[in-house]
Design a protein around this ligand. Sequence first.
Ligand code: IPM
Ligand code: MG
Length: 362
Amino acid sequence: MKNIAILTGDGVAGEILASAIKVLDRISEVYDIKFNYNYAPIGGRAYDETGFPLPDKTIETALKSDAVLLGAVGDWKYDSLAPELRPERALLGIRKRLNLFANLRPIKVFNELLFASPLKEEVARDCDIMIVRELTGDVYFGEPKGIIKKTTLDNREIKVGFNNMIYDEDEIRRIAIVAFKSAQKRKKRVCCVDKANVLDVSRLFREITVEVSKDYPDVELSFMYIDNCAMQLVQNPRQFDVILTGNIFGDILSDEASTICGSLGMLPSASLSDGKTPFMYEPIHGSAPDLAGKNSVNPIATILSAAMMLDYSFNEKSASDSIYRAVKEVLKEGYRTRDILQKDNELTTTTKMTDLIIEKIR
Ligand code: IPM
Ligand code: MG
């Protein structure tokens, strides 16, 4: 029996999680794996219920599970809350509490959806990148930070805001190891993306990555500055295999790279720890509160996140592959949710898309 914490957030979270759970239930029938779901609120929903976006009970539920599946958090109605009560804070909080330092964001194009990519078809075709983003350090968590007052030379009191972009070598080493191991299962290339021409923290990032690379002689290591990488991702994305990068660069690059695939609604993610705490899976897209309750959003990102869970947390590669295969077949047949709709395609609801995928899992 595998215990899965289902962290329901805001907006469309409930619908897409329901889709993923239906798919997991189907997997359970076909592959003889049993799942038990433990539900807990997170984000705005948790704030409404308990006054906190990340209640202790939610962390407990996550910690005692074998894996965590998260919907999405955030809604404009919480915009006026104090920063520590905002839904996004729950996301940062749970990453830190579960020690999820390695965020894997596969950018894998389904060629059936090339028309939806803003890139030329021949540029985006067959693109398959794994972004390995460090997730619990960097300027996101670095101390000191804050907004304080200072007095200028001409004696005015003004405010100054600051954060600290900081990595120690242990943090760099463990994320680099994840990237090299991931590359070994792929095309054996790691590109370390940083700003080493300007930032000391990036210079250390490179130094440690070079050190780690010595243990992976079968993997080719290259380097690219973040600004160049942002350009190369739209100019020639197929040159990349694994991109290894820090928290904030990875945040930005993964949103950019997601457009290659045509829709944010297609992209899953996995966040891994050192194995002492459960891994967490979530779609890359947000909570889209304007689309909530309309049975119209694309459930595939969350369904593929469940597929990543089967692979990374439960070592059920063939069950995981069967989901990818089912998704591909349904897309091939021309079924489309609104975000990936093309003329002549069949407009499909969230639930219909889910059922079609389920039918093809065998
Ligand atoms: C992401 C998101 C989060 C991040 C926000 C919502 C805190 O953009 O998962 O990429 O910046 O990490
Ligand atoms: Mg982001």
